[in-house]
Design a protein around this ligand. Structure first.
Ligand SMILES: *Cc1c(COP(=O)(O)O)cnc(C)c1O
Length: 463
């Protein structure tokens, strides 16, 4: 299996190379050259299997020769053994034919653990084999950072630097990043918003001298291996509800388009998905783009669902690549226009292709709180604000005859203030994290400036 860039001008890579590289050298994102499929029998055979075995069967065709079957199985086993639920991604029923897919039973209580725990294991195998050391730099709106730190803390051949927007993550999110005491972990509070963090990260990748000097590797959802790991739970959930014999739909709270792009891949692999619904908060560039055809930046408005406070939606580039018939030049031109003018218009044909696959909805702050309260009143479940954005859109877009699965992306205890405001109840952290507020914090405040950030990385990383 080979991987090509969405901008068509970077070297073609194998799975492990694409995983270790992150962003392609032409500024694009890696995607598989062809998308493998599972037959209806192959999908039916997933019924009753463990999450781990499902993961192996769904992901195996994408990995090629990069890992042996034994290596890959063992990495999957270790990745999910620390989860607090044996089903790993359990389904909970919310209303007639509406289900929540709980993706928050991993070590940092958000869905990011599904991918990050796995790539932590795969990086270790690949690095041990090559004897390389790497420097991971990640940008986070809150949850990617803690998941990455959890996956790579304490490793000898990896240093981890996480850029997060100062003052714009929840206390639980910040503490998960600032309290690990391992010497290879560095939490950097950037004076700016998430888009600034993500832009500086891309600048680092595009500074080839720096990139090669420090052995830069990326674990943001621009990394194909992360998208791939997320494809698995679309299969496990759909099969639990009767796939391939019965179609299901998914609603996905999204900002960076990573999670829902994984759903698109599942569909392309043959999983019978009726609809993929994009749910955004007030930072609604994706909803506006699908509605109007114009993809236009509009400044981030901080919300109570901060992990989706994003305007530049990185993985949308992968969807555009598909919608433009895999024309890397066309994508490169759109991204140039974006850089120059802050937006672009999607061609009629590509817009139709996107609308055939995705529908979308936007949820404001008050509606998010109302949905947390209404869900609690109706079911007794406490849901996080991101999940609430999904539930709200799912209810509006749902076709009663087709089961709807809304992705529950984080544990309510990660965002206790919003949940308490809506319901009067403050969700508690699971026991295994009980001492989070007693641990010492370690964080470095840095300006939103490429040279300053590179200097910190050069000085702190171990050689
Ligand atoms: C990261 C995150 C999202 C958005 O995920 P995308 O990668 O933008 O699809 C939604 N909810 C939570 C809790 C998150 O951590």
């Amino acid at each position: 299996m080979r991987y090509v860039s969405t901008r068509g001008k970077a070297p073609v890579l194998t799975f492990d190379e694409a995983m270790l590289t992150g962003l392609a050298r032409d500024g694009g994102l890696y995607v598989p050259e062809t998308i493998p499929t599972l037959t209806a029998d192959g999908i039916a055979a997933l019924g009753g299997l463990s999450y781990e075995e499902t993961a192996f069967r769904v992901m195996r065709p994408f990995v090629g020769d990069a890992f042996t079957d034994d290596e890959f199985r063992s990495a999957i086993g270790k990745a999910y053994e620390g989860f607090g639920h044996t089903a790993r991604a359990p389904l909970v029923q919310l209303a007639p034919n509406h289900f929540l897919l709980e993706l928050f039973h991993g070590p940092t209580l958000a869905f990011k653990d599904f991918a990050m725990q796995l790539i932590g294991q795969l990086f270790q195998i690949a690095l041990a084999r090559s004897g390389r050391r790497i420097t991971i730099v990640g940008a986070t709106s809150g949850d990617t950072g803690s998941a990455a730190i959890e996956a790579f803390r304490g490793l000898d051949n990896v240093d981890v630097f996480i850029l997060f927007p100062e003052g714009r993550v929840s206390d639980v999110q910040r503490r998960q990043m600032t309290t690990p005491s391992e010497a290879n972990v560095h939490a950097l509070a950037v004076k700016g918003d998430f888009d600034d963090c993500q832009a500086r990260l891309k600048d680092m990748f595009n500074d080839f001298d720096f990139r090669d000097e420090v052995g830069l590797a990326g674990v943001n959802s621009i990394n194909w291996a992360r998208v791939l790991a997320q494809v698995v739970y679309y299969f496990s959930a759909a099969v639990s509800l009767g796939a391939p014999g019965r179609k299901v739909s998914f609603t996905v709270p999204t900002g960076n388009f990573g999670d829902i792009f994984a759903g698109y891949i599942a569909k392309r692999m043959g999983l019978p998905i009726e609809r993929l619904v994009i749910a955004t908060n007030q930072n609604d560039i994706l909803h506006r783009c699908l509605t109007t055809g114009r993809y236009e930046m509009d400044g981030v408005k901080p919300s109570i669902s901060p992990s989706m406070d994003i305007q530049v939606s990185s993985n949308f580039e992968r969807a555009l690549f598909e919608a433009y018939g895999r024309d890397g030049n066309a994508v490169a031109q759109l991204m140039e226009e974006m850089k120059r003018e802050g937006g672009f218009t999607v061609s009629q044909g590509a817009l139709q292709a996107l609308r055939d696959l995705f529908t979308s909805g936007r949820v404001g702050e008050d509606e998010t709180l109302e949905t947390i309260a209404a869900t609690h009143a109706a079911t007794g479940e406490l849901i996080c604000p991101h999940t609430a954005v999904g539930v709200r859109v799912a209810e509006a877009e749902r076709d009663a005859a087709v089961p709807m699965i809304t992705l529950a992306t984080a544990h309510p205890a990660k965002f206790p203030d919003a949940v308490e405001k809506a319901t009067g109840q403050r969700p508690g952290l699971p026991d295994r994290m009980g001492d989070l507020f007693k641990r010492d914090e370690r964080v470095t405040s840095v300006p939103n400036d490429l040279a300053a950030l590179e200097a910190v990385v050069r000085e702190r990383r171990r050689t």
